[in-house]
Design a protein around this ligand. Sequence first.
Ligand code: PLP
Length: 376
Amino acid sequence: MKTRLFTPGPVMVPEKVLLKMAEPVFHHRTPEYENLFAKINEKLKKFFMTDGDVFTLASSGTGAMETAVVNVLARGDKAVTVRGGKFGERWDEICRAYGIETVQVDVEWGRAVDPEEIKNALDANPGVKAVFTTHSETSTGVLTDLKAIGEVMRDYDAALVTDAVSGIGAHELRPDEWGIDIVVSGSQKTIMLPPGLGFISVSKDSWKRIERSDLPKYYWDIMKYKKSIEMNQNPFTPPITLLVGLNESLDIILGEGLENLWARHALAAQAMRAGVRALGLDLFPTNPSNVLSAISIPEGIDGGLLVKTLKKNGIFPAGGQAHLKGKIIRISHIGYLDEYDVLSALSGLELSLKEVGFSFNSGDSVKAAQEVLADR
Ligand SMILES: *Cc1c(COP(=O)(O)O)cnc(C)c1O
């Protein structure tokens, strides 16, 4: 059976990228590698839309999140964490693991944080050194308005850090313009690579924070990466094969153009949502991200069984996490996907819903999605 990943990571990888990664491994302490890495670093700055440095780590996205925490904060610092889902909670857990006192802004899952809530937390807690946010909260399908948060935070001396692991590439994100100091991401989402690379972009203004940071770190010490990147090198052995793939996937992405990429994700999301609603189903979040559609499971339908049935039918979705287990199903629109993939996901959703006993008019979702696509 064909693998059809509709999970918000890992995602399907273009054949061109897979073929590149099948080439023999070469050594990284060579001019050949340094050439490649120099090219990658230029492309990453374009993809992250920053004049700052973008560092590539051998880790999943969470390693890049931990790197942000241990380099931006110092012992005794206080930080604000926005907890509106699994990944927002992760920021809080990482901070606490390093003894950082956190001010938790709790947001009901499915709702986006209001920038005023962040402002209030900063006013009530003078001296907060960083605010940790989630661009696209993959556990709930919510998009955060980072531009508005950046505006609110201009009057405070706290770093704005965001987890854009799933959001970058699917949504407009302009760190330098919007006042975002640190952006983290990973390879297995919009970048269309296998899992294994973490990314962290560091604005020019952030170095003064990094220099005062005294939290314990070794592998995640960004200063080491800074020294190496100037020589187009890494402090430790890089995942060479993934970097070869990254060079290729960035070519595909930048060749398409970021604005076209955002528009493509918006169209796929719009078609998916129209299809879902045509079946009489609702989206879970109030401010849905274009990364994925989190669909509320209707009364009387077994959410776990629906996920299983979809997988059996060749469409691999994600279920709900934590208290949303069995309550939502998540179908992503990122990675190596096109509009026909959206239609096949909807078709698979219909066949599976029938099997689990939900009634609707066959073909309605595909029809509604096709109308969106024809109308563009
Ligand atoms: C995928 C994802 C991560 C990273 O998870 P890893 O499993 O460590 O790669 C972090 N945040 C968000 C919002 C994600 O979607």
